[in-house]
Design a protein around this ligand. Structure first.
Ligand code: HEM
Length: 235
C-alpha cells in the first residue's frame, strides 16, 4: 500500500504530464476517425504509425513510469516494480525512437515555428533519453541500484519535458504577438532544462528536504538487487 506522501509523487508526475497525455489520446481518437485534413494534422494523418507508437509508448512511459517513483510501492510490491519497469523501459524506447524518427522525417510544421534550434534540441533529448535508458538497464543488470535509479530519473525527466513544456508555453498563448521561432525555441528548451535541473537537484539529495525519498529498496529474498548490509547498531 502507498502511504500519503508516496501517492503525492506519482500523482504529481502524472499531473505534470496531463496535457500531453490528454493531447495524445485526442490525437489517437482523431487518427482512428475520419478527421478532415488540415495544415495542423496533415503530417500525422498521412503517416499515422510513428505518432501512434509515439503516443502509446509515451503514455506507458509517463503513467506507469510515475508509479515507479513511489518508494512505498517499490517496497511493498517489488514484483510489480520489476514487471512494470520492463514495460516502462519499452515505452520509453518507443517514445524516444519514434520522437527521433518524427524529428528527422516528418515535414516541418510551419504553424509551430519549429526551427533548427528545436530540431537540434529534439535530437539531443531523444538520444540522451535513449542513452539514459541503456545505462539504467546496464546498471540494474550489474545490481547497481543507485546508478539504475539515477539514469531512470534522468530518462523520465527528459521524457516528461513534454509535460513541463505545456507550462513553459504559457507566454506563447498570453502574448501571441511574440510568437515566432525564437519564443518557440525558448519555450521548448526551458521545459527540458527545468526538468533536468529538477532531477539533478533531487538526485543531489535535495529531495529529502521535500520528503521525496529516492532510496530504492527491494524485499525480494535472496534474489536480485538488495541494499548493501547496514552495519550493526546503525538502524
Ligand atoms: C512522455 C513523454 C512524451 C509525451 C507524453 C509526448 C507526447 C506527444 C504527443 C501527444 C505528440 C502529438 C502532438 C500533436 O498531436 O500535435 C507528440 C509529438 C511529437 N513528439 Fe512527443 N512526447 C513525449 C516525448 C518525446 C520526446 C522525448 C521527443 C524527442 C525526441 C518527442 C518528439 C516528438 C516529435 C518530434 C513530435 C512531432 C511534433 C510535430 O510534428 O508537431 N516526444 N509527442
Amino acid at each position: 500500500m502507498m502511504r500519503k506522501p508516496d501517492w503525492l509523487i506519482p500523482i504529481g508526475l502524472m499531473l505534470l504530464g496531463m496535457v500531453p497525455f490528454v493531447a495524445g489520446v485526442l490525437r489517437i481518437v482523431e487518427l482512428g476517425g475520419s478527421a478532415e485534413i488540415s495544415p495542423e494534422n496533415a503530417r500525422f494523418l498521412e503517416n499515422p504509425l510513428p505518432v501512434g507508437i509515439h503516443i502509446a509508448g509515451s503514455l506507458l512511459f509517463g503513467i506507469l513510469g510515475a508509479l515507479q517513483f513511489s518508494p512505498g510501492l517499490r517496497r511493498s510490491r517489488p514484483h510489480w516494480h520489476r514487471i512494470s519497469g520492463r514495460v516502462v523501459v519499452l515505452g520509453g524506447f518507443a517514445s524516444a525512437l519514434t520522437g527521433l524518427w518524427m524529428t528527422l522525417y516528418f515535414p516541418n510544421a510551419d504553424i509551430n515555428f519549429d526551427g533548427p534550434v528545436v530540431f537540434v534540441l529534439r535530437l539531443t533529448v531523444g538520444v540522451s533519453m535513449l542513452w539514459s535508458l541503456v545505462l539504467a538497464i546496464s546498471a540494474i543488470r550489474n545490481l547497481d541500484l543507485a546508478a539504475h535509479q539515477r539514469w531512470m530519473t534522468r530518462a523520465y525527466a527528459l521524457g516528461l519535458g513534454a509535460g513541463t513544456q505545456a507550462f513553459t508555453h504559457i507566454p506563447w498563448f498570453v502574448w501571441p504577438e511574440l510568437q515566432g521561432e525564437f519564443l518557440r525555441s525558448l519555450c521548448m528548451a526551458s521545459g527540458w532544462m527545468l526538468n533536468i535541473m529538477f532531477a539533478e537537484w533531487i538526485l543531489a539529495g535535495a529531495g529529502g528536504k521535500l520528503g521525496v525519498s529516492t532510496k530504492y529498496q527491494s524485499n525480494r529474498p535472496n534474489r536480485g538487487p538488495q541494499l548493501p548490509p547496514v552495519a550493526k547498531g546503525a538502524r
